[in-house]
Design a protein around this ligand. Structure first.
Ligand SMILES: Cc1cc2nc3c(=O)[nH]c(=O)nc-3n(C[C@H](O)[C@H](O)[C@H](O)COP(=O)(O)O)c2cc1C
Ligand code: SF4
Length: 446
């Protein structure tokens, strides 16, 4: 394990670490030490191999799926954009926004291996017949470092990469927000269809891919599908960057083989004694679902396995709740934060999310007793879930409803106990760091 300190998006300091170097061919995308210049990058990886349609076919054979949250097949998306590109060409957007506060993997990847991501963008642009390519990030300091890396590649890539510094907000990193922003609008989700791959930037078919996905694409170009599949499982091949935080001894970013049991993954982040004390794991981040400790620890960390267990891999975010924590209180704080991130464009989101946050706070922190607020809040919550689900331009309301519902399910015993008032843990120090984040405002561009 290295001991380098990185700033987590939530503002909490995290310790970067890797799976045992060399074991099972890891790490792949994260170098053991930063490789920031092009010469060093080429010395480590060599030049790309497969390009164009040959690369698309290889990516399909590799089974590479998106690392930005939905695990959608990358080859399929690339092919659809290329098929629609026509004479005017398409557009590629690399999504390096990482607005999820509990994630630090994209920032770390961009800081440690910028040229691997830039290779991936160039290769994706060529394969998708793109005329322009953008790398979207949200922090000025990131943009400065990446501008230097891009400047080194002057004349190196067929399609030059343009950096876009996008305003910070949870929903600004959704693909339709990035398309709107690059079209001169606010960085807020747009109504779909059309999806970006049909009609995106300047009305061109647009590929939006996460930066870790693109780094993997650059490796598939060099080493092929067989190599890619030599790590991970048959249904979830390859490695993934995960961010582990909460009650982990060494919170940070780890590169794991897809399918590594959550127990082994958490062992990388602290191991031993604390693992026995895991009450629950919030898998998939603030947009994810709770899994009770026992079930979570036995589940393979892969999109399909977590989906089958009723959770999600999302962007590889795992928040650990210790036995001493209160899952209801932690969820109430996360939901309040997410409600504040609504772009205020859709009624059910604008009104529904604060109502869910209020009701959940009543369940978690309400005084309880005979006045019946607790029971009323629970009934109201179940109505609200139905009222907001599927009703927003983006999935923020769905994510909030899912997270809150999973908390009520997994912490059902605590829900009953809180009828008498908040437990000691709910009154104590929060386990999860919640960013102070920009409050909900009418979006101003830039
Ligand atoms: C509210 C919201 C926030 C999102 N944030 C991110 C993000 O920070 N980074 C990211 O890559 N994808 C994010 N996504 C998913 C993107 O819309 C898109 O699916 C993704 O960038 C595609 O890349 P992939 O196929 O490589 O996963 C977000 C989606 C939603 C609905
Ligand atoms: S659902 Fe909420 S966050 Fe998403 S676009 Fe509508 S108002 Fe904005």
């Amino acid at each position: 394990m290295t001991g380098e300190t990185v700033e987590m998006a939530s503002g909490a300091a995290g310790t970067r670490a890797f799976g045992p170097a060399g074991s099972a061919g890891l790490p792949r995308v994260l170098p053991p030490s930063p490789v920031r210049d092009l010469r060093g990058h080429e010395a480590r990886h060599g030049r790309p191999g497969l390009r164009g349609t040959a690369l698309i076919s290889e990516v399909e054979r590799a089974g590479l799926t998106g690392r930005g949250g939905a695990a959608y097949p990358t080859g399929k998306k690339l092919r659809s954009v290329r098929e629609r590109a026509g004479l005017r060409g398409s557009v590629v957007i690399a999504n390096g926004m990482e607005s999820e506060p509990a994630s630090a993997k994209d920032a770390l990847l961009l800081a440690q291996a910028p040229h691997l991501v830039l290779d991936g963008i160039a290769l994706a642009a060529e394969a998708a017949s793109a005329r322009s390519a953008y790398l979207c990030v949200r922090r000025p300091v990131q943009a400065d470092a990446l501008a230097a890396a891009i400047a080194e590649r002057d004349g190196y890539d067929p399609v030059p990469v343009q950096l876009a510094l996008v305003p910070e907000r949870y929903v600004a990193s959704a693909e339709s927000s990035l398309v709107r922003y690059l079209n001169g609008g606010p960085a807020l989700p747009g109504f779909t269809p059309p999806r970006p791959f049909e009609r995106g930037v300047r009305a061109r078919p647009t590929l939006v891919s996460n930066v870790e996905t693109l780094a993997n694409l650059a490796l598939v170009s060099r080493h092929g599908a067989g190599w890619f599949r030599s790590v991970g499982t048959a249904s979830a091949p390859g490695s993934a960057l995960v961010t582990v935080s909460g009650a982990a001894r060494h919170p940070g970013v780890y590169e794991i083989a897809y399918g590594t049991p959550v127990r082994d993954m958490l062992a990388l982040a602290g191991g031993g004694g604390e693992i026995g004390g895991v009450q629950a794991v919030l898998a998939g981040g603030y947009f994810g679902n709770w899994l009770p400790g026992g079930a979570a620890l036995d589940t393979p960390a892969a999109p399909d396995a977590l989906r089958a267990a009723g959770a999600s891999f999302g962007a590889g975010i795992f928040l650990v709740l210790p036995a001493s924590g209160c899952g209801l209180a932690e969820t109430a704080r996360v939901v309040r934060y997410l409600a504040g991130q609504s772009a205020g464009q859709c009624g059910p989101c604008l009104n529904g999310l604060p109502a869910i946050a209020d009701a959940l706070e009543e369940v978690a922190f309400g005084a309880g007793g005979s006045r019946g607020g607790h029971g009323r809040a629970l009934r109201w919550l179940r109505d609200l879930f139905g009222l907001v689900e599927g009703r927003g331009a983006c999935h923020l309301p769905d994510g909030v409803a899912r997270l809150a519902a999973s908390a009520l399910r997994v912490f059902a015993d605590d829900v009953r106990r809180h009828e008498r008032g908040p437990c000691l843990a709910a009154r104590g120090r929060p386990v999860f760091a919640i960013p102070s984040g920009p409050a909900r405002v009418a979006e101003a561009r830039g």
